[in-house]
Design a binder for this molecule. Structure first.
Ligand code: SF4
Length: 268
């Protein structure tokens, strides 16, 4: 329909007025739906790793930027569960899900520090200095205290004055190398942090199965018909691993029994 002169001027006036209002900063806010953000992982490098906070060892996908680009500093900016990991299948508990904060924490130790005996100050040293000093102290102590033969004249090759504490979150291969390293030097005092987190399990596992350590893998738990939990609270301590207990319940109608003087969240 053709506009008459009057309608045309009225419409034009409205447009000019609207444009002036926008120019004066009275524009309505932009609708979020109109914006398209670029997918944040698009240019990222993906690296697989494992969460080392606990023995479930959930699979991680770590995304970083800057890899290979000239003058760009690589930095991990996103971490999520690895859906292809056979145990965690993409899940992470709050500790694993918050790993990116841990990586960028101001309190994170990035280099070796040395505190001289009696001093209150920590001094930054290089990795070479740190490894040289550790090697020197180990060698001096071993040279001084190595026991080649016992009082009966039998060869024992023991070094009892130094011990080693390994990590329980390491892989089987790293654990094997830890032991080979320590034992090859004659060290007998060798332990790992599993002493702490497996402490309560030993009281149930050792009398039952003859061993204090875990006897099967997490995924195998899904085949159980009965799950007996003693001295532990995996629903809270190992939430991702505990989902295999839930799977046994759902798939097999497994009976879950918890032996604990406290009421805990693993109680079905
Ligand atoms: S359960 Fe949590 S702490 Fe343990 S490995 Fe998985 S993400 Fe890490």
């Amino acid at each position: 329909m053709a506009l008459g002169r009057r309608e045309f001027l009225k419409g034009a006036g409205t447009c000019v007025g609207g444009a002036s209002a926008i120019a004066l900063g009275f524009a309505p806010p932009k609708a979020f739906a109109q914006e398209t953000r670029q997918y944040k992982l698009l240019r990222a490098k993906e690296t697989r790793n494992n969460c080392t906070y606990c023995s479930v060892g959930c699979g991680l996908l770590m995304y970083s930027l800057g890899d290979g680009a000239k003058n760009a500093k690589p930095s991990i900016f996103h971490i999520e569960g690895d859906p292809d990991h056979p145990v965690s299948r993409g899940s992470l508990c709050p500790k694993g899900a918050g790993l990116v904060d841990f990586i960028h924490s101001d309190g994170r130790l990035h280099y070796p520090s040395y505190r001289a005996p009696g001093s209150k100050e920590w001094t930054r040293i290089s990795w070479e200095e740190a490894t040289d000093r550790i090697a020197r102290l180990l060698k001096d102590d071993r040279d001084k205290n190595f026991i080649e033969k016992n009082e009966k004249g039998e060869t024992v090759n023991r070094w009892l004055s130094t011990g080693m504490l390994a990590s329980s979150a390491a892989s089987n291969e790293t654990g094997l190398l830890d032991f080979k390293f320590a034992r090859s030097m004659g060290m007998l005092a060798l332990d790992c942090q599993a002493r702490l987190c497996h402490g309560p399990t030993v009281s149930a596992l050792a009398p039952t199965l003859g061993r204090g350590a875990m006897t099967n893998n997490w995924v195998d738990i899904k085949n159980a018909n009965v799950v007996l939990i003693m001295g532990g609270n995996p629903a809270e301590a190992h939430p991702v691993g505990f989902k295999w207990v839930m799977e046994a319940k759902i798939r097999n109608g497994a009976k879950v029994m918890v032996v604990d003087p406290r009421f805990n969240r693993s109680v079905p």
